[in-house]
Design a protein. Structure first.
Length: 204
């Protein structure tokens, strides 16, 4: 249901991890390997001198400042924009309406059911179970498949997860009967901080 770009996130995290690993390995070698330390002492001044020559060779006409600095500032601005777009792409897919249909039979009209109706109904019903500590219900877009619900339940320590999942399924069936249509629902059981339970998910 969640449209977070997981593949892109994993690729970016993997790339950042490789860069940090390379930097960490280089710093460890410089601090522990005498040969690497000597190489840095011999190469570092030359690299700094080469950098100064590059800045001097790329100076703007009539000025002493290199055009590389404006280019670097532009690259940083583009990076900020890309980061903002990447952040805005996280967690997409939440919607406010569970059912939205158009009826041309008889009197034309639009039928819409807010997602808050099933969210509050399921949350209130599930929280009546003493084996349930917390419930989170949200409405998500399924693309061409319409919209669906995601129900996240945190059981109490020692509770039977299959019984809680069965009760949640029965409540969803009752909700479908009340709404007059079947909705896609993802039911997940999550472990609390003090209770480590094998995570269980059920889609109906």
């Amino acid at each position: 249901m969640n449209r977070t770009p997981r593949t892109l996130n994993r690729a970016l995290l993997g790339l950042a991890g490789l860069v940090l690993l390379a930097l960490g390995t280089g710093l460890i070698l410089l601090s522990t390997d005498p040969a690497a330390a000597r190489w840095w002492w011999n190469t570092g001044p030359a690299l700094m001198a080469d950098g100064g020559r590059v800045l001097a060779d790329t100076a703007m006409p009539g000025q002493s400042q290199s055009w590389l600095w404006p280019l670097l500032a532009l690259a940083m601005a583009v990076s900020v924009v890309l980061l903002v777009l990447w952040i805005s792409a996280q967690g997409r897919g939440r919607v406010d309406t569970l059912v939205e249909e158009y009826d041309d039979d008889g009197a034309p009209g639009r039928i819409a059911i807010s997602g808050a109706v099933p969210e509050q109904a399921l949350r209130a019903a599930l929280l009546q179970d003493p084996d349930v500590t917390s419930v989170a219900v949200s409405t998500w877009s399924l693309g061409r498949g319409g919209n669906g619900l995601r129900v996240r339940i945190t059981p109490r320590q020692g509770a039977a997860p299959h019984l809680i999942a069965a009760d949640a399924t029965n409540l969803v069936d009752a909700l479908d009967s009340a709404l007059g249509r079947s909705s896609t629902v993802l039911i997940s059981l999550d472990a609390g901080r003090r209770y480590r339970l094998g995570r269980e998910e059920r889609v109906r």
